[in-house]
Ligand binder design. Structure first.
Ligand code: HEC
Ligand code: HEC
Ligand code: HEC
Ligand code: HEC
Ligand code: HEC
Length: 368
């Protein structure tokens, strides 16, 4: 009965106009809290300074044509809603994904209150909420959510393909591939975009029907929670006659970094007889640009350099520094979201936290 009263309270407060997340928060508080800090929620020029920097320089801005919206705030109908970025419904109403050469396209379901989702064991269920019989009548059949219907039958929510309307690839006007994630990570239920980037974490998915865990909605990525992904990258060490190798093992089914602004860096320190020697850092990038070198994505017509660590690559990096028994070799693999130089172009120099070196993985080895 307590539950019912709570529900009544939740439902009556829904009658007042409020933002989508405030509504969802009534019954999915933990998921909404996680989501508030995510890059999806913060994907537009209101909350993402990198996006704002790029948009401010973009030729479409002058024309007032915020076409970026298609992926950065797909359901926004006005300026106010652009603030909300990629909303709950922008994902949960994706029915299908159409494939196209320049970029894919999300196909949304007809009913804005039918949410697609995934749950092991319920793959064949469609939960339709019937007001009279199951809620206000307080019958035994109060299955599902009193606010929306749920369709568990969309396999794209099990294999990660629902992420691919926005994440698959994007070409610019020059038909140059600006970024590409690759389909390999959206093939099966066992390991895909969702299992890696939305791992199950402690806490109930809804306040109404308790579960031990729920899919993490803060989205682990390069801005947020990279530590949740560090287990998918490994570092190995191999001493040989001419020095040593550091082996980077990328277990992700896509390039280690995807956006052309990112720079991956490998740092190695050798400690010998108490003296620390930092070796020269090594960078891995996929830079795009034109005849004049690296450029903003929309001005690029070629790949300038591509040393990025590829999908599932095991990359061996040779060092010719001599080591002796007992030396300590500390290895750090990390990345910059934007380099200080790019930050200058984007006019975000004062945003120091976006220019710092982020450690993804570190390990140390003692020479035997
Ligand atoms: C009045 C309470 C209530 C509100 C408000 C509500 N939900 Fe739900 N929702 C539920 C309940 C209860 C379930 C679990 C149904 C079940 O397990 O049978 C659920 C389940 C879901 C699921 C599927 C979960 C799964 O098992 O995979 C999604 C997705 C979802 N809600 C999204 C939303 C979004 C987005 C909003 C805001 C627009 C929202 N909900 C608002 C009560 C609510
Ligand atoms: C086809 C979908 C799509 C369209 C259209 C799109 N983007 Fe994106 N954008 C993405 C995705 C997905 C990411 C995240 C990828 C990543 O981090 O590798 C992203 C990331 C970015 C980033 C990096 C943000 C950061 O915080 O590091 C910038 C900048 C950006 N987009 C700018 C734009 C601009 C400007 C436009 C419009 C001119 C645009 N995008 C249009 C899908 C799109
Ligand atoms: C085996 C686990 C795994 C799978 C599967 C996976 N990823 Fe990743 N992903 C990673 C790792 C590791 C990184 C790099 C670490 C980081 O960004 O913090 C990453 C980074 C990213 C980034 C940030 C890249 C950038 O340049 O900022 C995006 C966006 C992303 N993945 C999207 C996807 C999508 C979409 C899929 C499904 C097609 C997918 N991932 C599948 C592990 C995975
Ligand atoms: C970027 C896409 C995306 C966004 C945005 C998103 N979700 Fe989800 N959500 C998913 C996917 C995919 C799943 C299925 C994960 C699984 O269980 O495998 C899911 C699962 C859920 C579940 C069930 C969780 C569980 O583990 O049982 C609920 C409830 C839910 N979402 C609510 C929300 C609410 C509320 C919002 C907005 C605050 C939201 N989602 C935003 C993609 C998204
Ligand atoms: C409606 C479009 C859309 C869909 C669907 C979508 N994303 Fe995104 N995603 C974006 C955009 C846009 C960004 C870049 C936001 C920014 O940095 O401003 C992004 C960023 C990310 C990032 C980078 C986060 C970080 O901290 O850097 C990850 C990881 C990610 N998405 C994973 C997923 C996964 C997994 C799915 C499927 C469950 C998914 N996305 C579905 C549009 C989408």
């Amino acid at each position: 009965m307590k539950k019912m009263l709570f529900l009544a309270a939740a439902l009556s407060s829904l009658l007042f106009a409020q933002s989508e997340t405030e509504t969802c928060k009534k019954c999915h508080p933990q998921i909404v809290d996680e989501f508030e800090g995510s890059m999806h929620r913060n994907a537009t020029y209101y909350n993402d300074p990198i996006h704002k920097g790029a948009w401010d320089l973009h030729p479409l801005k002058e024309k007032g044509d915020y076409s970026c919206k298609e992926c950065h705030a797909p359901l926004a109908k006005n300026e106010e809603e652009i603030k909300d970025g990629v909303t709950c419904a922008s994902c949960h109403t994706i029915k299908d994904v159409e494939e196209h050469a320049a970029k894919n396209k999300n196909v949304f379901g007809k009913n804005p209150k039918t949410f697609y989702s995934a749950e092991a064991g319920r793959e064949k269920e469609k939960v339709i909420y019937k007001q009279e019989s199951s809620w206000f009548g307080m019958n035994k059949t109060t299955v599902g959510s009193p606010y929306h219907d749920i369709d568990y039958t969309n396999e794209k929510f099990y294999n990660g393909q629902m992420c691919m309307g926005c994440h698959s690839h994007r070409q610019n006007g020059e038909q140059l591939m600006v970024c590409e994630t690759g389909k390999e990570g959206a093939q099966n239920k066992e390991e895909n975009c969702i299992t890696c980037h939305m791992p199950k974490v402690q806490g109930t998915a809804t306040t109404i029907r308790h579960s031990q865990t729920h899919a993490y909605h803060g989205f682990a990525g390069s801005h947020k929670n990279p530590e949740m992904l560090s287990k998918y990258v490994d570092l190995e060490f191999n001493k040989n006659s001419s020095g040593f190798d550091v082996i980077i093992n990328n277990k992700a089914p896509h390039n280690l970094m995807l956006h052309p602004m990112r720079v991956v860096e490998l740092r190695v320190n050798v400690t010998s007889d108490g003296k620390v020697t930092p070796l020269k850092p090594l960078s891995f990038v996929r830079a795009i640009g034109n005849e004049n070198g690296p450029s903003m994505p929309w001005l690029a017509n070629q790949v300038v350099t591509d040393t990025m660590i590829k999908a599932n690559e095991k990359k061996s990096v040779p060092y010719t520094d001599a080591l002796k028994k007992g030396d300590k070799v500390e290895v750090q693999l990390g990345y910059y979201l934007v380099t200080p130089k790019a930050a200058e172009k984007l006019n975000i120099q004062e945003k120091k936290e976006l220019q710092k070196f982020n450690v993804l993985k570190q390990k140390s080895f003692i020479v035997e």
